[in-house]
Design a protein around this ligand. Structure first.
Ligand SMILES: C[S@@+](CC[C@H](N)C(=O)[O-])C[C@H]1O[C@@H](n2cnc3c(N)ncnc32)[C@H](O)[C@@H]1O
Ligand code: SF4
Ligand code: SF4
Length: 374
């Protein structure tokens, strides 16, 4: 059997809801477009899952991910993964297996056995801390839904940056490409670079598109990338790269159609298109071990509780109907299938298209194209 691995696995260790057993929320955020929505239940993947993943199950899932998919990077997400009582234990376990560990949290307030611990205690075990930034100061708070969220996150990240010394531990800033972020991109990027004294040798930015799933399903128009704003936004990203040396990963989380981006910015795009669910690419996992092709997919296609060897993983990647249909571009309409850029572009992001996950029903792929296609 061919040896197949992935580069990264993102693991959701909790959802976004309220846990009646512990009387705790799995995320203090109230972002109006959150896909990990367990409250209204509109994202079927998260609807029936436990709010907090069980620690023993998660350790088994992490062990199996390492033994079978062998990713270099394991990214803890949620909900807010920091709300999980055993995040420290899970981080140490993953690091002990040899994976690079990153945490995407809105608080970065860490817990060990349920008790809040100093962020300096986790620093030796993590390679990267990531924060989704919605604005500078109170504009961040107004989207995240908590007064003081920005200041609190800044305090934690500053402590981490002081504790990392000269090591190559990184801070990454995720910018969701909603219209107000695109309109304020310069102020936000310069603001956070200066606020945190970010280091271009280690720290960087990443772009995320919002998909019509979870809370974003209602009134999706307001969260969509505005095509008319793309050239000016990319110009700012290019300028910050040239003047200040900061990299922005425009196309690694969610892809952009090559035809929607002026040619001079094509160098920012990843050749081959969307890497979710591909060999050497990325996979998403939910709190019971369920595997999603992409974090924004609306169904699971397997479980890491059932896959614990390289051979089983290779078989899963090659045989799974959704993954093979995706590799064969079965979700694309003629416009993309006959396009000269298809090999490089892959057809953009069809989940973010406005129609949702084209593979939501097994064996019944719906066709379409990214709404940004020109
Ligand atoms: C669900 S959050 C979990 C980690 C953490 N709570 C945070 O907000 O960064 C992961 C990322 O997904 C983004 N996100 C939320 N809803 C989304 C949606 N409907 N489509 C795409 N990304 C979304 C968030 O803004 C964040 O950048
Ligand atoms: S996007 Fe993140 S911070 Fe916001 S509500 Fe969802 S999980 Fe919480
Ligand atoms: S493959 Fe589709 S999305 Fe990509 S450049 Fe061609 S028409 Fe645009």
């Amino acid at each position: 059997m061919e040896r197949i691995t992935v580069k990264e696995v993102d693991i959701h260790i909790c959802g976004g809801g309220f846990d009646s057993k512990t009387c705790r929320k799995a995320c203090t955020g109230k972002c109006p477009y959150c896909y990990v929505d367990m409250v209204s239940g509109s994202n079927p993947v998260f609807r029936d899952l436990p709010v907090f993943g069980d620690t023993k199950t998660l350790m088994q899932v992490i062990r199996n991910i390492h033994a079978s998919a062998q990713p270099e990077d394991l990214v803890f997400v949620g909900g807010d993964p920091c709300e999980h009582d055993d995040l420290m234990k899970l981080i140490q376990f993953a690091k002990g297996l040899g994976m690079n560990v990153a945490v995407l949290s809105n608080t970065h307030i860490y817990r060990d056995g349920g008790k809040i611990i100093p962020i300096e205690w986790i620093t030796p075990f993590v390679d990267e801390l990531a924060l989704t930034l919605h604005g500078i100061g109170s504009s961040h708070d107004s989207i995240n839904g908590n007064k003081g969220a920005y200041e609190n996150a800044m305090r934690q990240l500053r402590k981490f940056m002081a504790a990392r010394g000269k090591s190559d531990r990184a801070v990454s800033i995720v910018l969701n490409f909603v219209p107000y972020t695109m309109l304020n991109i310069e102020e936000m990027m310069i603001g956070i670079i200066e606020e945190l004294q970010m280091d271009p040798e280690r720290d960087y930015f990443a772009i995320q598109r919002i998909a019509p799933t979870g809370l974003a399903e209602d009134d999706y128009e307001q969260w969509k990338v505005r095509r008319d704003l793309l050239p000016q936004t990319l110009e700012v990203i290019e300028r910050i790269r040239k003047d200040r040396g900061f990299e922005t990963k425009v196309d690694t989380i969610d892809v952009f159609p090559w035809c929607a981006i002026p040619d001079k910015y094509h160098y920012m795009l990843h050749e081959g298109g969307c890497q979710w669910g591909r060999p050497n690419g990325i996979l998403s996992v939910v709190q019971d071990g369920g595997i999603q092709r992409c974090a924004l997919s609306e169904r699971t296609i397997g479980s890491f509780l059932d896959i614990d060897t390289q051979g089983e993983f290779a078989r899963f990647m090659l045989d799974n109907q959704t993954l093979s249909a995706f590799r064969e571009h079965r979700h694309l309409d003629d416009k993309c299938l006959h396009c000269q850029y298809l090999d490089k572009c892959g057809g953009g992001c069809v989940i973010a298209s406005g129609n949702g996950d084209p593979y939501v029903i097994e064996g019944a792929v719906h066709k379409g194209h990214d709404y940004l296609v020109v």
